[in-house]
Design a protein around this ligand. Structure first.
Ligand code: FAD
Ligand code: NAI
Length: 470
């Protein structure tokens, strides 16, 4: 084993949290090393998360449009078929191009990249099992843990990534399953369920709770569910999976009402387990060093991302907060800025969440239920995409914009958008909230016509006055 000279910053994990922290650290003049064990940079997000899922969502949407929407727009095609291997190649191309891109950014910014699994042996030393064999000790004044998260397993369900898959297996199925059962109606279940449903699978989603995506605004999630049902996705709510038997050619699931009751069975070719993710700290040596971990397995940090052990910091999915790539990136930048004595800060109240189904569902801030529970007096302004000229002209008008504003001050508390490109147009609301804007500020901002964003302006008008077009 060989030793390298001391770093200012050593980052363990090369996902959106870790690689962004490493680049920012180097830009701020820190001598920086990033350790990643997967053999490619970009973490869960780039390799088996955000990017491949969005590639497949786009490809499957194109197929669906070609089949169902093209004729309505007067585009005639004789036959449309899925070429799954080609679709997978396209997805892989996006992933490898982007991971190589990060390697390039590391070189450009002079971040040292070590391929291997890191384990903290002291608060200033990481021992690395190198992928190429052998080991190396890396020293750092500061060690940032950015090891992310892993799929949450369910008792009695063994993921083999063939018949019983996590999101990783669901992104690489060799064949289109005729029956897909999804456990958990969250982000992954609805996105991957949409992909395979569009390609022809019969999809049933089993959800423990009484509705889909529990974190979402109640009104929006109800109409989101209706839209997905129109797309032939089936839901079994308030239902839990008791057991899964994969010993035969397919998979047999035994279900039971969440509150208890008579059991039923369900057959599937493939079962996707998407009931949440858990922080990943395995093999990091945190226990030996006395790094505090909460009851959910998350590393405890203060507002400067410092753990209870001086010199050890943590960011991203492995600490509390939404498990989202952009949140991990914000953590990474702020953490390193604070190390440099700058004023790093992450506003967790304005982290947007987007489900990339069709239509997309995007939100920022509080739901109406949360505002009510806090006892805040509020106004709601809504505008349906049915009344938006752009949405009508492209015949993509399912959904709405809903803005919740404080009654007295008109300050925006939450914005929920379901509709075409919701994940893009939400950022106007994110920026408005970041600047502490009132709903009237948005309403009085001139918006281009005809755009989908006009629905945001009209919903803002509706919070304190009347919209024009509805
Ligand atoms: P990760 O991306 O998990 O990266 C951690 C890295 O650390 C991994 O590469 C791992 O190999 C490495 N590592 C772990 N232990 C060690 C060790 N001991 N030594 C060296 N390396 C180690 N978020 C969004 O915002 N938008 C989306 O559209 C989206 N889609 C998703 C789709 C799917 C299917 C999944 C699973 C997730 C999705 N997410 C999405 C969530 C997003 O991927 C995570 O929030 C994000 O990747 C977290 O970043 P991170 O850097 O904290 O951790
Ligand atoms: P999730 O937390 O979004 O949803 C899990 C769902 O499973 C919940 O509705 C929950 O009630 C349900 N559930 C839990 N236990 C269950 C059980 N035993 N039986 C039936 N249902 C059960 O988790 P998911 O979808 O696995 O995704 C993990 C995380 O990854 C997300 O929370 C999100 O942070 C991130 N992600 C983000 C995406 C995006 O930003 N577009 C896309 C995919 C993932």
């Amino acid at each position: 084993s060989s030793e390298v000279e001391e770093n200012d910053v050593v980052v363990v994990g090369g996902g959106p949290g870790g690689y962004v922290a490493a680049i920012k650290a180097a830009q701020l003049g820190f001598k920086t090393t990033c350790i990643e064990k997967r053999g490619a940079l970009g973490g869960t997000c780039l390799n088996v998360g955000c990017i491949p899922s969005k590639a497949l969502l786009h490809s499957s949407h194109m197929f669906h449009e070609a089949k169902h929407a093209f004729p309505l727009h007067g585009v005639k095609i004789r036959s449309v078929e899925v070429d799954l291997p080609a679709m997978m190649v396209q997805k892989e191309k996006a992933v490898t191009g982007l991971t190589k891109g990060i390697e390039g950014l590391f070189k450009k910014n002079k971040v040292q990249y070590i391929k291997g699994a890191g384990k903290l042996v002291s608060s200033h030393e990481v021992s690395v099992d190198l992928l190429e064999g052998g080991s190396q000790t890396v020293k750092g004044k500061n060690i940032i843990i950015a090891t992310g998260s892993d799929v949450k397993s369910l008792p009695g369900i063994v993921i083999d990534e063939q018949k019983i898959v996590s999101s990783t297996g669901a992104l690489s199925l060799k064949e289109i399953p005729s029956k897909l059962v999804v456990i958990g109606a969250g982000y992954i279940g609805l996105e991957m369920g949409s992909v395979w449903g569009r390609l022809g699978s019969d999809v049933t989603v089993v959800e423990f709770g009484d509705g889909i995506v529990p974190s979402m605004d109640g009104e929006v999630r109800k109409s989101f569910q209706r839209i997905l049902e129109k797309q032939k996705m089936k839901f079994k709510l308030k239902t839990k999976v008791v057991s899964v038997d994969a010993s035969g050619s397919g998979v047999k699931l035994t279900l039971e009402p969440s509150a208890g009751g008579p059991q039923t069975t369900l057959e599937a070719d493939v079962v996707l387990v998407s009931a949440g993710r858990v922080p990943y700290t395995m093999g990091l040596g945190l226990e030996e060093l006395g790094v505090k971990i909460d009851k959910f397995g998350r590393i405890e940090v203060d507002e400067h991302f410092r753990t209870n052990v001086p010199g050890i910091l943590a960011i991203g999915d492995v600490i509390p907060g939404p498990m989202l790539a952009h949140k991990a990136e914000e953590d990474g930048v702020a953490c390193v800025e604070l190390l440099a004595g700058r004023a790093g800060h992450v506003n967790y109240d304005t982290v947007p969440g987007v489900v990339y189904t069709h239509p997309e569902v995007a939100s920022v801030g509080k739901t109406e239920e949360q505002v009510k529970a806090l006892g805040i007096a509020y106004n709601v302004g809504k505008f349906p995409f049915m009344a938006n000229s752009r949405a009508r002209s492209i015949d993509d008008a399912d959904g709405l914009v809903k803005i919740i504003a404080e009654k007295d001050s008109d300050k925006i508390l939450g914005v929920h958008i379901m509709g075409p490109s919701a994940g893009e147009i939400i950022h106007e609301a994110v920026l408005a909230m970041e600047y502490g804007a009132s709903s009237e500020d948005i309403a009085r901002t001139c918006h281009g016509h005809p755009t989908l964003s006009e629905a945001v302006k009209e919903a803002a008008m509706a919070t304190y006055d009347k919209p024009i077009h509805f």
